[in-house]
Design a protein around this ligand. Structure first.
Ligand code: AMP
Length: 406
């Protein structure tokens, strides 16, 4: 079954086409700078030998519909394509950032679902509108394929009330759905399942802490297969120190910035989301550069890295306590998969919790799932490459198959 996975942003469409039954990636790419003078279309195909071919086109893409049409043209192109005809694509899986409380699992898109995603726009004003647009455009271009929405928030729907409710007047939850939702759910779910398979035990028999460290970063406490807490909140601003987001700060900070520095709400929003985190602390949001600067003796970079790791370490302790016991800690995403230095800093000093990294194993490169704990470490420490798009494709297939069975 061939499934196209689409992640639509305000000026971009990222895509991956999978042969899900064989777990094979056939093509991937992105249309970027949509609507600008010069747009960029990158399209890569993966040959059966594993060899990759890439082409880049620079020409104006007027809107998202134009963008998706160009992508389809490339997918069926006799020279660069991987399918003979778009009808061979059985379904489109869409990443939708915010499912609110309405969506606890992937869902086949119909008018009602579109309306419910629309109702969640106030909770994710930057993400849900382009996600919706992507679905609407794909429905027009693929009228005969099923569209499935896979939500970033869904994996966290099992959070107990004490983990999701904020201590503010209840009516804000009851009337406006103000609560912790959590994000990166597709990634947390994927790596938790992969970790369980690697450990040779059912996910339901394990307590895991999954640590997704990309440009955005979050952690999840996964107790017996169910997510019981996560660091992001009603929005993706809460929790860990990220590339450009502050993560946790005193909730009164915006009042100080407004009352004493005269900043507008928009300026505060930009400051906390786009100018903070690693970038705010040491001038760059690229972890490779932060580490390089620290190694060159840059004190601000050293502090940034320490703060980044300290926050993660605190949440490891908190989630260990929340679950009562812990079988494995799982690192994933750009930083988590690739930075031995960050992983070591996060685990340093946790030996009394049974978390003991093996410096040799940790330093080994590798794109595969691997163990980096010492043989004495009671808690396993794993690096698990995430693959959110594959997970979306798999979920899409599962939803379609369960529909055809009923
Ligand atoms: P993602 O959002 O998952 O693509 O992750 C992006 C982040 O991963 C960026 O901050 C990169 O600097 C970081 N990253 C990628 N490769 C490495 C590496 N080898 N060492 C440290 N950080 C890395």
């Amino acid at each position: 079954m061939k499934i196209l996975v689409i992640n639509t942003g305000s000026s971009s469409i990222k895509y991956k086409l999978f042969d899900v039954d064989r777990q094979r990636l056939l093509a991937s790419g992105a249309a970027e700078k949509i609507g600008e003078e010069t747009s960029l279309l990158t399209h890569g195909t993966v040959l059966p030998t594993g060899e990759k071919k890439e082409i880049v086109e620079e020409q104006r893409i007027s809107d998202h519909e134009d963008g998706l049409k160009r992508i389809v043209d490339l997918l069926v192109d006799p020279e660069h394509g991987v399918v003979g005809d778009k009808s061979q694509i059985s379904a489109i899986g869409h990443r939708v950032v915010h499912g609110g409380e309405a969506f606890q699992s992937p869902t086949i898109v119909d008018e009602e679902v579109l309306e419910a995603i629309r109702e969640n726009i106030p909770l994710a004003p930057l993400h849900n509108p382009p996600n919706l647009l992507g679905i609407e455009v794909a429905r027009r271009i693929f009228p005969d394929s099923l569209q499935v929405a896979v939500f970033d928030t869904a994996f966290h729907h099992t959070l107990p009330v004490e983990a999701f409710l904020y201590a503010i007047p209840c009516r804000l939850y009851e009337e406006h759905k103000v609560r912790r939702y959590g994000f990166h759910g597709t990634s947390h779910a994927y790596v938790a399942e992969r970790a369980a398979a690697y450990l040779g035990r059912p996910l339901e028999a394990l307590n895991l802490i999954t640590i997704h460290l990309g440009n955005g970063a979050s952690m999840a406490a996964v107790k017996e297969g169910r997510c019981v807490d996560t660091t992001m909140g009603m929005t993706p601003l809460a929790g860990l120190v990220m590339g450009t987001r502050s993560g946790d700060v005193d909730p009164a900070l915006p009042f100080f910035l407004a009352f004493h520095l005269g900043m507008s709400l928009k300026e505060i929003d930009d400051l906390l989301n786009k100018e903070s985190g690693l970038k705010g602390l040491c001038g760059t949001n690229d972890m490779r550069e932060v580490i390089h600067k620290r190694d060159e003796g840059d004190r601000a970079a050293e502090i940034a890295l320490d703060l980044y790791a300290y926050r993660i370490k605190k949440y490891i302790g908190a989630y260990f306590a929340a679950m009562g016991s812990l079988h494995a800690v799982v690192f994933t995403a750009g930083v988590g998969e690739n930075s031995p230095a960050v992983r070591e800093l996060c685990c340093r000093g946790l030996e009394n919790l049974g978390i003991e990294i093996d410096r040799g194993r940790n330093a080994l490169p590798g794109g595969e799932i691997r163990e980096i704990g010492s043989p004495e470490s009671e808690v396993k420490i794993l690096v698990v490459p995430t693959n959110e798009e594959l997970r979306i494709a798999q979920e899409t297939k599962r939803v379609i198959e369960s529909k055809t069975r009923t």
